[in-house]
Design a protein around this ligand. Structure first.
Ligand code: 4FV
Length: 247
């Protein structure tokens, strides 16, 4: 899968792409990442890429021409491969695991990083297929949001994560939060690992983990439970979980 990132601060991507999962995914060829400096497509001695807003007001706006030229240069000419051009902005649809899954099935994901007050609206009209927000807060730039999307999508590419099994049981894979995890030592600060996890009884362990997922979700993200249709077993385990919360 190919990622192309358009930014005025290409250096911000050097370290995240040179560590851990993303580094390995690039080395193994599972993903390719191009970081494109928008300013290289700006004209004039000063290579101006932003200008004052029409209608007045504070701040600057990313100019349409440099961004349009940069987008023209990265878009697949042959149209053979599926491509999605995304602008990271607070005005976008909320990024989530389902959207990460959707993006991981595209051949070429183009991520445009806004800066300042944002990009000229005509760029959105002419080139941007989807605006995406990572959350209701304002960043100084879209770069960190692009990195979040890159990481969340790349790890879903088959072969990128060592053990694809781990994808099956993680948070949001079933619209539930993940169950608690434990590792050695068996007792830490006087606190023991739950006996069921030491029992080797796989069915009891499965039910305990499902109950704990339902409990954590009821506590921290009841909105997820509201929109989820629960199986008879889930309803039974949720009742148990709520009873445990009462005690
Ligand atoms: C953002 C977000 C975000 C807004 C002004 C960049 C900044 C500046 N992007 N999810 N939240 N972007 O705050 O994606 O242009």
């Amino acid at each position: 899968m190919k990622f192309t990132v358009l930014t005025l601060f290409p250096e911000m991507f050097s370290s995240p792409l040179s560590e851990s999962m993303l580094k390995r995914a690039i080395e193994t060829g599972h993903i390719a990442v191009d970081i494109v400096d928008i300013r290289e497509y700006a004209e004039g001695r000063h290579k101006q890429a932003d200008d004052r807003p029409y209608g007045g007001g504070s701040g600057m706006v990313l100019m349409p021409q440099p961004l349009a030229r940069a987008l023209e240069s990265v878009k697949d000419a042959d149209g053979e491969r599926t491509e999605r051009v995304v602008l990271l902005s607070p005005q976008g649809a909320r990024f989530d695991q389902a959207m990460a899954g959707e993006f991981s099935r595209v051949d070429h994901l183009v991520l445009v990083c806004g800066r300042y007050e944002g990009v000229d609206e005509r760029v959105k009209e002419l080139y941007i297929e989807q605006e995406v927000s990572i959350g209701d807060y304002v960043l100084t730039g879209g770069e960190l949001a692009a990195m979040v999307v890159l990481d969340a999508v790349a790890r879903l590419i088959p072969g990128v994560l060592g053990d694809p099994e781990s994808l099956r049981e993680e948070s949001f894979c079933d619209d539930l939060l993940e169950y608690p995890h434990y590792t050695r030592p068996e007792t830490f600060e006087g606190r023991k690992v739950p006996d069921v996890l030491l029992s080797g009884h796989h069915e009891n362990i499965r039910r305990w983990r499902r109950k704990e997922s339902l409990k954590k979700t009821a506590l921290n993200r009841p909105d997820l439970l509201d929109k989820k249709s629960l199986s008879p077993e889930d309803r039974e385990l949720l009742k148990l979980a709520m009873k445990e919360l009462e005690n």
